[in-house]
Design a protein around this ligand. Sequence first.
Ligand code: E4P
Length: 220
Amino acid sequence: MGIMKIFIDSADLNEIKEAVSIGVIDGCTTNPSLLAKVGRKIETAIPEICEIVDGPVSAEVVAVECNEIVDEGRKLAKLHKNVVVKVPLIVEGLKAVRIFTKEGIKTNVTLCFSANQALLAAKAGATYISPFIGRLDDTSHEGMPLIEDIVRIYDNYDLETQVLTASVRNPTHVVQAALAGSHCATLPFSIIKQLLKHPLTDSGLAQFLADHKKAAAAAK
Ligand code: E4P
């Protein structure tokens, strides 16, 4: 399956560009709240994101009835070949996912909070399942065991649906997701930057550079 893919969870073009320039971004996820935060409409923002990110870009429907989800999702899928239609984990959503799957439209089933929901999303043919870890933690339920359970269940039956760890709030979530074998994790830009940081790296580098400067000045 290769190494865990890292997606950026953002609709902010500047931070998406900056993250992509580091060279570690495999895709992007958006949602209505992230688009509202940057004051963008989905129809114009998604094609721009797709120009920056070379990989799957999730665009979320706001319809909640199957036929309407299908209409909206088909339109979103036409915006760019890399669009993944993000669908909420509700009965009407799963009906729509089944239709998208038949049509070859990729889906990201979102707002997953239980292993049984993930099982049903995979049966409907979801390309990705997004369990929201941080929001579970917020309610005093440990989120990470959910990732472990879903990875194990999908492995048991060789299901192709990829686990996309979402609602990530800290670097420890990322390590735990990777240890659990999550196929992907979507991270806010702030966490992507935190992954790189270590005070010992900074102080060690400062020491190396200072020693090099001293040695260069002393060398004949
Ligand atoms: C994932 O697809 C969602 O966009 C996101 O991870 C939700 O994160 P939040 O709980 O921090 O809003």
